[in-house]
Write a protein of this length. Structure first.
Lengths: 286, 299
């Protein structure tokens, strides 16, 4: 507990230890030193920020001046016009297929990731080199840029809905495996131990203890992944030429900003509805 | 996150409490067998959600357009490309190693700049959005605004701003900022709301101004948690900076990855760039996980 207090104060450990004041007496420079430490940290981060700004040639003043103009431009150009409403016939099916692909990729990735997470868990896994192996695979799939996945898949699978689905599947798999590993490892060990003591087989332990204890957090993660995938589907769609991202890209690159604005509005609506639904579901299942 | 044990408890606890169910307070079925699983409301909802997931997935997979390429051949080709990419990374004459490293540094700098500016903006907005430091109306207004900003994919913000204010680092950073700010405001305001109300009340009672409450009561208690969240966002921003560079031409290693993949079709160069991104991402991930374990997940 004392260690935690020392840390909360935001002081480097050395400074704290060197304090000459005996226990219980008033240390007048305490607040001054604390303020200085926080200020020094803030200054160091600010210096790094300025350094990287100079490195990429970021003009801070220009950016501040440009942003309101950008918003005005957006508000005038991206307003859906009456003629753009006719394009809804093309937009809505693409939106539907994107949502379906996002849900399907999250769920299939979750199923596979859950199997990997249980087998690779440190507490209820099969042991041996498996935990390291699963963690390595998860990290690899999660950290390869989605851009690279899109190219590899586009070379072989060409332009089809499946390509977009598969790219989302691969990144979701890496991310979900990592999350599930944490959920399974954080589970309390009591029920597993009790079942083991009763002579339950590995399958029984998984079915009666591991799955019931982790299923709510798994569903919660899948809901989060669906939301993330709907947003990421736009990027993947632009790269692989599928779904709503492709529709946006086509209108955006042909300067039909009113239609692009309509697509944007549809995406915002779907993401917000998805967030509301998943919040509702989370409240019901917990 | 670990709400698992609750579900496990619901069954037996309810079974024991409903004494009216049968002899000795145990729920039995008509044939006299003891009911092990009790259909509580949350369990029924859980099964309904799982069923809905399964149905939608099956429907989506059944109606999906699989293209004209036979699946096994395409899969074999993709696996072959993947193996080539991961086992034979190298330069193909389009870039030199210094070019690629410079691209990596540009992506890192864009991510750092976005995180820094985003953290400053998010700190102020987070204070206003925290319900214990601000009034209800302002807090709700900021929260709604942030959820709208979060609903637009990052890449669309960047595309829109690269037309509105012209290509360059300004457009990339501005576009990346929206999500950073929205994410950090949520993280900061939630951690501010966890501050012990007694601390704030004590400061207010001794006549501290609002800024004094913030800088003497709230910030010292939450500074480590804020820094951890900021670093986690930095990790996400790096991934986003790579993706944005590829699609919006905002520069950095993402743009080189896009050129190597879409224009030169050089799988070896893609492999080299992927390895560089992977190295940075893994380092950031390890640090972020450590920070999260140490300062955020303490329960």
């Amino acid at each position: 507990m004392t260690e935690r207090v020392a840390r909360t104060v935001g002081l480097p450990e050395g400074l704290h230890a060197r304090s000459s004041a005996p226990r219980g007496s008033y240390d007048g420079s305490f607040f001054l030193r604390r303020t200085l430490a926080v200020a020094a940290a803030a200054l160091a981060v600010a210096a790094l920020g300025v350094l990287s700004g100079v490195y990429v040639g970021f003009d801070f003043v220009q950016a501040i001046l440009d942003v309101p103009g950008g918003f005005v431009w957006m508000a005038t150009q991206f307003v859906p016009s009456a003629s753009s409403l006719q394009k809804l016939d093309a937009i809505l099916p693409a939106l539907g297929s994107t949502v379906l692909a996002s849900v399907a990729s999250s769920c299939t990735a979750a199923a596979l990731a859950y199997v990997c997470a249980v087998l690779g868990s440190r507490t209820v896994g099969v042991g041996g080199p498996f935990p390291q192996f699963v963690r390595g695979i998860a990290s690899l799939f999660r950290n390869i840029p989605v851009v690279a996945w899109a190219f590899i898949l586009l070379f072989s699978f060409k332009q089809s809905e499946f390509t977009g689905f598969f790219a989302l599947f691969l990144t979701s798999f890496g991310y979900l495996t990592r999350c599930f590993l944490e959920s399974v490892d954080e589970m309390s060990a009591g029920p597993v131990e009790a079942l083991r003591a009763c002579g339950a087989s590995y399958g029984q332990i998984v079915a009666q203890a591991v799955v019931p204890m982790s299923i709510t957090s798994v569903v919660s993660w899948v809901l989060y992944m669906i939301e993330t995938n709907i947003r990421d589907a736009t990027l993947v769609g632009i790269l692989t030429g599928t779904g709503i991202g492709f529709v946006f890209d086509v209108y955006y690159k042909s300067f039909r900003y009113d239609v692009a604005g309509l697509v944007l509005l549809c995406i915002i609506l779907v993401v917000i509805v998805c967030e509301l639904v998943s919040n509702f579901v989370r409240r019901r299942i917990l | 996150m670990t709400d698992g044990p609750k579900v496990e408890l619901v069954g037996p606890a309810e079974a024991c409490s409903s004494v009216a169910g049968g002899p000795r307070g145990v729920r039995t079925s008509r044939s006299g067998r003891i009911k092990v699983h009790v259909a509580s409301r949350s369990n029924v909802s859980l099964y309904a959600v799982l069923g809905a997931f399964a149905l939608v997935t099956v429907f989506a997979l059944a109606t999906m357009d699989y293209g004209k390429v036979p699946f096994p051949e395409a899969m074999a080709a993709a696996t072959g490309d993947f193996v080539t990419m991961m086992t034979q990374p190298g330069l193909g004459g389009h870039f030199t190693l210094p070019d690629v490293v410079e691209g990596l540094l540009v992506s890192l700098a864009l991510a750092l700049l976005t995180t820094f500016i985003g953290a400053v903006i998010a700190f102020v907005l987070g204070l206003v959005a925290a319900s214990n430091l601000s009034n209800r109306a302002a807090s709700n207004a900021i929260k709604v605004l942030m959820s709208v900003a979060r609903a637009v994919p990052t890449i669309l913000w960047v595309l829109v701003f690269s037309v509105a204010i012209g290509l360059g680092p300004e457009a990339a950073v501005t576009g990346l900022l929206f999500h950073s700010v929205a994410y950090l405001v949520k993280a900061y305001s939630e951690s501010f709301e966890e501050v012990d109300p007694g601390v704030i009340e004590a400061l207010r009672a001794s006549g501290a101004s609002w800024w004094q409450v913030v800088f003497q009561g709230v910030v010292p208690e939450k500074v480590n948690e804020m820094l951890s969240w900021t670093f986690i966002r930095f990790e996400i921003n790096f991934v986003n900076a790579v993706a944005v560079g590829a699609v919006a031409g905002a520069g950095g290693i993402g743009y080189q990855l896009f050129l190597a993949g879409s224009f030169y079709y050089n799988i070896h160069e893609v492999g080299l760039i992927v390895y560089l991104c992977l190295a940075v991402a893994v380092v950031l991930e390890v640090v972020a996980t450590k920070l999260r374990k140490r300062y955020i997940v303490q329960r």
